[in-house]
Ligand binder design. Structure first.
Ligand code: CTP
Length: 384
């Protein structure tokens, strides 16, 4: 999909750069690698050449214009790990190696994923350089907090491969949703019967998290209200955790004001026990649990949505899918209903269709939920 130039500089986190190359390739990106002179003492360019399928460079070798040609070829220049030294050289415009001169001549998106000792990273000179880079539009993939190799605790650990890859996906997409705020509900609610038992469902949150990722890739500011989930949380997205449908309702109403697009993907329990036993219920021959209806969050939002674009989901048996989806579209005042057959739950592949309020229908088949999420977002963008 994209042409990614990966710069690798000296840090013990360099072993993660091998995985970054592999993951970029898995995601269908073309990768070329340029190493800083010192970094080949950790890992040879041969390794990066084999992993990327393209010769990896430390020096100009036979091409004196390599520092122009490599950046000209690439759409994204990602330096990961970016040592504190390389970070400062890029900030100050120093070109004393192939890697740093590539950073000088690169015109596309420049991304740095720093890694280093916490005290070095906190150093005022480095912080000033970071500020400068950010002001110039360089994307800094902040290092993570935790125990560092030097036995110290703090910020300095190279961002996870998953986060770095997510930033690459972000960097290569246009930003038509810049300035737009998206509110998404995700996952299953839990309705407690006693202290240890609850009513819930199988929702993993994968579809909602995928949508959250994709909305961010296209420039939106995303807020997620999440019930219980088993899917991996999307990076760089604000997630507010809730347990019950009532809590989810309250959080949605609290954050609705700000939102331009509202996507209700959560599998909300329609009922909750009338009373929650404060301890643990003992078993009996028969047991009756009285249930009361939970608020229908989607319906409530539909009543007050104003100009917001409201998306609901319909999970139904295949035979009545279209009929019930259409019912939901009109009764809950939606702009779009995403109709999913029951079989889509828990499956890797996705098959379903969209019906917009103005009648347009789009069928979607995708190999996974992330791809389906991107198709859904693209359709919303075209519609808007
Ligand atoms: N939903 C909601 N609040 C509820 C129940 C559902 O916001 N209490 C939302 C879901 O997030 C989803 C949509 O409503 O976007 C459809 O949910 P679904 O459970 O399929 O249908 P219901 O609305 O509950 O209708 P029915 O049970 O009649 O199928």
């Amino acid at each position: 999909m994209a042409k990614v130039l990966l710069g690798v500089s000296s840090s013990i986190a360099i072993y993660k750069a091998c995985e970054i190359v592999r993951e970029l390739k898995k995601a269908n990106h073309e990768v070329r690698v340029v190493l800083s002179p010192f970094s080949q003492r950790f890992i040879s360019p041969l390794t990066f050449g084999a992993l990327s399928g393209n010769k990896a460079y430390v020096d100009w070798e036979e091409d004196p214009l390599l520092h122009i040609n490599l950046p000209r070829w690439s759409e994204v220049f990602l330096i990961a790990p970016c040592s504190i030294n390389t970070l400062s050289k890029v900030a100050l415009g120093i070109g004393d190696s192939l890697l740093t001169t590539c950073a000088l001549s690169h015109k596309g998106v420049l991304m740095l994923a720093p890694a280093g000792n916490v005290e070095m990273y906190k150093n005022p000179a480095i912080q000033e350089n970071l500020r400068k880079l950010k002001e110039r539009g360089v994307i800094i993939i902040e290092p993570e907090e935790g125990k560092l190799l030097c036995e110290e605790e703090g910020q300095g650990r190279l961002a996870s491969v998953e986060r770095i890859l997510d930033w690459v996906e972000y960097a290569i997409r246009p930003k038509p949703l810049k300035g737009k705020r998206v509110l998404i509900t995700v996952g299953a609610t839990r309705e407690f019967i006693d202290r240890v038992r609850f009513i819930s469902n199988f929702s993993s949150g994968l579809m909602g998290f995928s949508l959250a990722k994709v909305f961010r890739w296209y420039g939106a500011q995303v807020k997620v209200i999440a019930g219980f989930t088993t899917a991996k949380e999307p990076p760089e997205v604000e997630i507010i955790k809730v347990v019950s449908a009532q809590e989810m309702y309250q959080e949605v109403m609290k954050h609705l004001e700000d939102a331009h697009i509202v996507v209700m993907n959560a599998a909300v329990a329609d009922y909750r026990p009338l009373e929650v036993y404060s301890g643990k219920l003992k078993k009996q021959e028969f047991m009756e649990i009285k249930l009361v209806k939970n608020p229908d969050i989607l319906e409530s939002v539909g009543k007050v949505k104003g100009k917001r674009f409201l998306v609901g989901f319909a999970l139904e048996e295949r035979e009545n899918l279209k009929e019930n989806a259409l019912k939901k579209l009109s009764s809950k005042n939606l702009d779009l209903v995403v109709a999913n057959p029951l079989e889509s739950m828990g499956s890797e592949a996705y098959e379903g269709f969209l019906i917009f309020a103005k009648g347009k229908r789009v069928d979607i088949k995708a190999k996974n939920k992330l791809e389906a999420g991107e198709r859904i977002v693209m359709e919303i963008l075209e519609y808007l």
